[in-house]
Design a binder for this molecule. Structure first.
Ligand SMILES: *Cc1c(COP(=O)(O)O)cnc(C)c1O
Length: 350
């Protein structure tokens, strides 16, 4: 199987951990593993003095945790809504009863940063929620500009970096981000099931709200101090995470990984140009390539790739719109083959 979805093809030695015996987790050994994972994670995102809570739960769980514990302490949020993940911030604020400004950004477009600043100046939100990379369209936003605006108006910044961590340059402390979240099946390239909340040092003594039992920051942070979790961790995934983090560290850290993802993206985009596929995102993220093909509503390309070749790509909401992830292991040769097969399955121009 060749997978261009999340997590994509993963390293064989990491996958093999999933077949091992599952150790008991309330031990010093397991605690030490988790404390090491936390340290490497904080180094990779450049927030060495912060905290990284590792939850058993998908990325949306971490988003929910942030809204329950942090956004709930604020008077008014502004959510940048450039696609389905931005929309999720809006829905969550509504769900938890936090007043929210739904700052819409057209699909695949960049933010109008002047408009964003005007809206903040007029409406005074005290927390801004956004994605670094809106995965539904492939659009990456400029965190430096967003952070500058937030500093100017004293707005706390929370960023969903789920599909940019280890794929785009990201320095949490330098940018001045208060909270970042990510999950295991994207840039980390291990199976789905874990999500991570990064808390900056600025929030060390923050009085978090307590609105959700499972995701409670205080309870999770108290346990984290000794490398433990309040409830049963997905033990195997925590072990795979640790091995993957050690691997990343020994292979040159986040820089090296970002370089690899960027290379795959650029290599594939050259092929897309040759085959005449439009790539709608205004500023394309490294993590995925989004293309518009001539495919029909019947998703002939998507189905054909699976049936004929066991190849997986991600369909989008529009007919003929597909997303190809570059977070998984993939060679230039495999990408050439993928492009050729998409081309062969694509209905020909009349
Ligand atoms: C994948 C993703 C999520 C979370 O999705 P889960 O399915 O809950 O893991 C959230 N935000 C972004 C930007 C994503 O790419």
């Amino acid at each position: 199987m060749l997978s261009y979805v999340f997590p994509g093809n993963i390293d064989k030695s990491i996958a093999a951990i999933g077949a091992n015996d599952i150790p008991y987790m309330r031990t010093d050994k397991f605690s030490a593993i988790n404390l090491e994972s936390e340290k490497i994670l904080l180094d990779l995102i450049h927030c060495p003095e912060g905290k990284a809570i590792i939850y058993t739960g998908s990325g949306t769980g971490a988003m929910s945790a942030v809204v329950e514990n942090y956004v709930k302490t604020k008077k008014k949020a502004l959510a940048v809504n450039g696609g389905s993940f931005g929309q999720r911030w809006v829905s969550m604020c509504e769900y938890y009863g936090v007043p929210v400004i739904d700052f819409k950004v057209p699909f695949g477009r960049d933010i109008d940063y002047h408009e964003l600043e005007r809206t903040i100046a007029m409406q005074n939100p005290d927390v801004l929620l956004c994605q670094h990379h809106e995965t539904s369209s492939g659009q990456v936003f400029d965190l430096d500009i967003i952070a500058r605006i937030c500093r100017r108006y004293r707005v706390s910044l929370v960023v969903d970096v789920i599909s940019s961590f280890l794929a785009e340059e990201l320095d949490m402390d330098r940018t001045g981000i208060d909270i970042c979240i990510t999950s295991s099946q994207k840039g980390l390239n291990i199976p789905p099931g874990l999500s991570i909340v990064f808390l900056s040092k600025k929030l060390e003594n923050y009085e978090f709200a307590r609105n959700g039992y499972y995701w409670d920051f205080k309870d999770n942070l108290d346990n984290l101090r000794r490398g433990q979790t309040p409830y049963s961790p997905a033990t195997t995934l925590y072990l795979q995470l640790n091995e993957r983090l050690r691997q990343l560290r020994s292979q040159g850290g986040e820089k090296q990984n970002i370089e690899q993802v960027r290379h795959r993206a650029q290599f594939f985009r050259n092929l897309c140009k040759q085959y005449g596929w439009n790539m709608p995102a205004e500023n394309q993220a490294n993590a995925i390539t989004a293309i518009q093909t001539r495919d029909t509503e019947d998703r002939l390309i998507f189905k054909g790739l699976i049936e004929k070749y066991q190849i997986y790509i991600m369909p989008g909401s529009i007919p003929g719109f597909y997303r190809i992830s570059h977070m998984g292991l993939q060679t230039d040769k495999e990408l050439e083959e993928l492009a050729r097969r998409i081309h062969d399955l694509e209905p020909k121009a009349k």
